[in-house]
Design a protein around this ligand. Structure first.
Ligand code: PMP
Length: 392
């Protein structure tokens, strides 16, 4: 029996690591129905509440009327439509880079950028808490691959001293499971000292962070010389789907020529690009969304600290509550669900062993009263878990 899937699945279940897909029966938003149960959700990446915005929906519908549904072919054949091109130009202007290139997912954008830039004889250095797509990209590239300590420029410097060939330093902008921001000024200075390029995947920073929603790079006012390779995704704060890489004309041409995840795939539906163009306008223009979100983040942190919960140093919409054991994270999530509140339990291998957590995400679509409801549900759930642990 070469493929003993039964034992493999049973082992995963026994370790409290079995993953399940909640079935969403309503559109994205704070109030959802999941598996038949009405719930108040704090686990979406729709940070600005744009996924269900009437103007974004209208732009998508107009896009379908005008451009149809399918992308039809890869960009290099005949799948590169005018809305894709317009969106790329708008994203280049938004990021202050000469050009941007559109991808169907962030996973693919990361695979594309890393594998097109480094290969055998080169070096790729990554934060050990980088998103899985960046780590996979590093492994796939064939370059010498090493992970430095989380957000630690000294640890990066010691690896840079041993690097060979072209060297790419890769980091999340906002860390997806911890919610903290990369120390970009320090990482960038260290990379520059060693002649390495810095690539930042700001999937979670674009939208919520920066005065105009331009993410961590805007927050630190970093130029294209500081961050030559900038990645953003559209499925989170933009509320649509897809991703982009922004940088120099030569970088974008290199990706078009050499990035296999760009060349060998169908372009995203043009109507999605129409919707993203509208989101981009709203994301920049409706500044109240960022302000409201920041107020909710402060309200949540203040309330959670009063309850004695262990938070991470994050002032982004990602607010994890670390509990340690996977079973505890699952039980805490279950206690919240009994009270009509949905929060995701994140377990290894997504996070390091012993650091299972609830990953609370806040959105501009939430109200202050809904955050209060989350806090009182957490109070009850936390007490219930503590009692169970005492009686175990
Ligand atoms: N980068 C980061 C940091 C992410 O968190 C994610 C998605 N969770 C991705 C990339 C992948 O983006 P997409 O969902 O568009 O594939």
């Amino acid at each position: 029996m070469p493929f003993d899937l039964t034992s493999r699945l049973a082992e995963r279940r026994a370790a409290d690591l079995y993953r399940q897909r909640p079935l969403l029966q309503t559109p994205q938003g704070p109030e959802v129905v999941v598996d038949g149960q009405p719930l108040l959700a704090f686990c979406s990446n729709d940070y600005l509440g744009l996924a269900n915005h009437p103007e974004v929906r209208a732009a998508f519908n107009v896009g379908i009327e005008r451009w149809g549904v399918g992308g039809g072919a890869s960009h290099l054949v005949i799948g590169h439509s005018a809305p894709h091109h317009e969106l790329e130009e708008a994203l280049a202007a938004f990021t202050g880079r000469p050009r941007a290139l559109l991808f169907s997912t962030g996973y693919m954008a990361n695979l594309a950028a890393v594998t097109a830039l480094v290969g055998q004889g080169d070096t790729v250095l990554e934060d050990r808490l980088n998103h899985a797509s960046l780590l996979d990209a590093g492994l796939l590239s064939g370059a010498r691959f090493s992970r430095y300590l989380h957000n630690d420029a000294n640890s990066l410097a010691s690896r840079l001293a041993k690097a060979q060939g072209n060297t790419l330093v890769v980091t999340d902008g906002v860390f997806s499971m911890d919610g903290d921001c990369a120390d970009l000024p320090a990482l960038c200075a260290t990379a520059k000292q060693h002649g390495a390029w810095l690539m930042v995947d700001d999937a979670h920073g674009f939208g919520p962070l920066g005065a105009h929603g331009g993410g961590v790079v805007e927050h630190y006012q970093l130029s294209i010389e500081d961050v030559p390779v900038l990645v953003g995704t559209l499925g989170k704060a933009f509320g649509t789907a897809g991703a982009f890489v922004a940088g120099s004309d030569e970088l974008i041409e290199t990706l078009i020529q050499f990035a296999r995840p760009y060349i060998y795939t169908t372009s995203q539906p043009p109507a999605v690009a129409c919707a993203s163009l509208k989101s981009l306008q709203l994301l920049q223009g409706e500044t109240w969304r960022r302000e409201h979100l920041q107020a909710l983040i402060k309200q949540f942190r203040h309330g959670a600290e009063q309850l004695g919960l262990t938070l991470m140093p994050s002032d982004t919409p990602i607010q994890p509550i670390v509990v340690g054991e996977s079973g505890h994270a699952l039980r805490l999530a279950a206690h919240l669900r009994e009270q009509g509140v949905l929060v995701g339990a994140i377990r290894p291998p997504t996070v390091p062993a012993g650091s299972a957590r609830l990953r609370v995400t806040l959105s501009a679509a939430h109200s202050s009263a809904q955050v209060d409801r989350l806090l009182s549900a957490l109070d009850i759930a936390w007490r219930a878990l503590r009692q169970e642990c005492e009686h175990a």
